[in-house]
Ligand binder design. Sequence first.
Ligand code: SF4
Ligand code: SF4
Length: 69
Amino acid sequence: MTKKIIKIDRDLCKGCGICIEYCPKDVLVGSDDLNRYDNHFPEVLCAQRCILCRRCELYCPDFAIEVEG
Ligand code: SF4
Ligand code: SF4
């Protein structure tokens, strides 16, 4: 089975939450931590639930997410 990898470049993130909102499987959650621009970036809660739809990657306005798998 191919490994699912959700790469998040935390410092590109502006904390809009779109990726979290539009993920159909609740894979992502907002981090308690802040990036260098004081934005709450997303974290992967459960990669196993990911169906590789790539909505997070496509909808992120700042190209902060890349999905491989
Ligand atoms: S690829 Fe789809 S299921 Fe996987 S984290 Fe992104 S939005 Fe969620
Ligand atoms: S959609 Fe992009 S900019 Fe918005 S919270 Fe997610 S990673 Fe950050």
